[in-house]
Each structure stands twice: as structure tokens, then as C-alpha cells.
Design a protein around this ligand. Structure first.
Ligand SMILES: CC(C)(COP(=O)(O)OP(=O)(O)OC[C@H]1O[C@@H](n2cnc3c(N)ncnc32)[C@H](O)[C@@H]1OP(=O)(O)O)[C@@H](O)C(=O)NCCC(=O)NCCS
Length: 199
């Protein structure tokens, strides 16, 4: 049976991208990213990112604040540019909610300028690790039927189509994707290999 998130969910990780920032004096520096729990102070930046990524379905700030207030059942993560002196800009975010031994991924988005660097994959795998540690066995989410990018991300990590809901979005059906048997060591081992690759 699942249990609420404990202190162990506060995962933090860093990753170096094979990309360089050019500096004024001709030097360049590898870009470092940090993945960490979303803070209330991030909400404004995250909602701006949502408006960019989900123009019709962006969450209002109040909804994020309410989710962040329910620490036992919600986990929201951001990826930001690492900065030694202050929190760097948020480039992606993702979150999920626990319902006993099930979890629902509620959002995942990467700034269009930062896509295809395995950032969403990094977030997804961290969420899956956290919910598995909380005793979750099944993870679900809804995705637009036309959203090939998101479906590709989830399918890559073993999600399958569990249902189709006509009219879920105003203009389109949703696919319900599910990852089953997260407590199965074989399923987890495959995800762990992914996590090792991505950071
Ligand atoms: C879906 C989204 C989060 C992916 O973000 P991302 O950081 O670019 O994704 P990643 O680089 O981690 O991609 C991981 C895998 O996802 C799949 N994928 C990502 N973008 C894809 C695309 N445009 N087309 C097809 N597959 C894609 C691939 O399998 C990829 O693995 P690969 O690099 O080995 O091919 C991003 O496109 C986005 O923010 N879209 C708008 C918001 C949205 O639709 N969110 C999902 C709601 S359910």
C-alpha cells in the first residue's frame, strides 16, 4: 500500500549538458543544471513557463501554491540553470500527486529553447523514483492524443495506453497512459538504468 511522501522525496541532482555558454572574453563554460524541489518562490516563473508550453491549459499560480502546500501527497520538481550565487532560471518543471498506491503525473514541461536535452526524462525518472519509494505501484497521466512528443517520452519508459477519454480537452480526446508494476524489480531496474544514463 502506498504511503505519503516522507522526507526522502527531497531529491536534488546536478547534470552537465554537452552545451557551452559563451563568455565575453572568448571563454566558454559547460552548462550545469540542477534538479530540485519546486519552491513557492518559483511559482511565478513556473506559471510563465506553463503559459509558454500549455497556452490553453496553463495552471494558475494559486493551484501550484495549493499543490506545494500539500507536501504529503504532492511532489513538484524544477530544473534550473545552476548558479553559485542565486537560484538560476527555471527551464523545466514536473509534478505528481499520490493517491494511495497510485500516482498521477499532473504536469511536465520543458522551455522550448531547452528541449531535446533529456531534461523532461530526467524529471520523469526522478518523479518515478520518488513515488516508487513511497510505495506506488501504478502511475497514470492524461495526454492529448496529438501530443507525440509527450507520448514518446512516456512510452520510452514503459507507459502504455490504458484508456481514451473523448472530450477530455475542449477540442481533443485524451489518452490515459499508465505505467504498471512499479514495484516489480524488473520494471524498476530498467528505469534505474535510464536514471543512471540521464543523471
Ligand atoms: C513533452 C516535453 C515535456 C518533452 O521535453 P524534453 O525535455 O524536450 O524531452 P526529452 O529531451 O527529455 O525527451 C525524452 C524522450 O521523449 C521523446 N521525445 C521528446 N520530444 C519529442 C518529440 N518532439 N518528438 C518525438 N519524441 C519526443 C523521445 O523519446 C525522447 O528520447 P530520445 O531523446 O532518446 O529520442 C516537451 O516537448 C514539452 O514541454 N511539451 C509541451 C508541454 C507538454 O506537452 N507536456 C506534456 C503534457 S502530458
Amino acid at each position: 500500500m502506498g504511503r505519503p511522501f516522507g522526507k526522502g522525496k527531497k531529491s536534488k541532482a546536478t547534470r552537465r549538458l554537452p552545451l557551452h555558454l559563451e563568455h565575453s572574453r572568448g571563454r566558454s563554460q559547460a552548462i550545469r543544471l540542477v534538479l530540485e524541489p519546486m519552491r513557492v518562490a518559483d511559482v511565478e516563473e513556473v506559471t510563465a513557463l506553463d503559459r509558454l508550453c500549455f497556452p490553453e491549459e496553463a495552471w494558475p499560480a494559486a493551484l501550484y501554491r495549493s499543490e506545494l502546500g500539500d507536501e504529503l501527497h504532492c511532489l513538484y520538481l524544477v530544473v534550473r540553470i545552476a548558479d553559485d550565487h542565486r537560484p538560476g532560471s527555471v527551464v523545466a518543471n514536473a509534478g505528481c500527486r499520490l493517491y494511495g498506491d497510485q500516482a498521477q503525473i499532473t504536469t511536465i514541461a520543458t522551455n522550448p529553447e531547452w528541449r531535446r536535452h533529456r531534461i523532461a526524462e530526467w524529471l520523469l525518472l526522478h518523479l518515478l523514483r520518488a513515488v516508487r519509494d513511497a510505495g506506488v505501484t501504478t502511475v497514470t497521466l492524461e495526454v492529448r492524443e496529438s501530443n507525440a512528443a509527450a507520448q514518446g517520452l512516456y512510452r520510452k519508459h514503459g507507459f502504455v495506453v490504458a484508456d481514451r477519454v473523448t472530450g477530455y480537452y475542449e477540442d481533443e480526446a485524451a489518452l490515459v497512459l499508465a505505467l504498471f508494476d512499479l514495484d516489480d524489480p524488473h520494471v524498476w531496474q530498467r528505469l534505474q538504468v535510464g536514471l543512471q544514463h540521464v543523471g
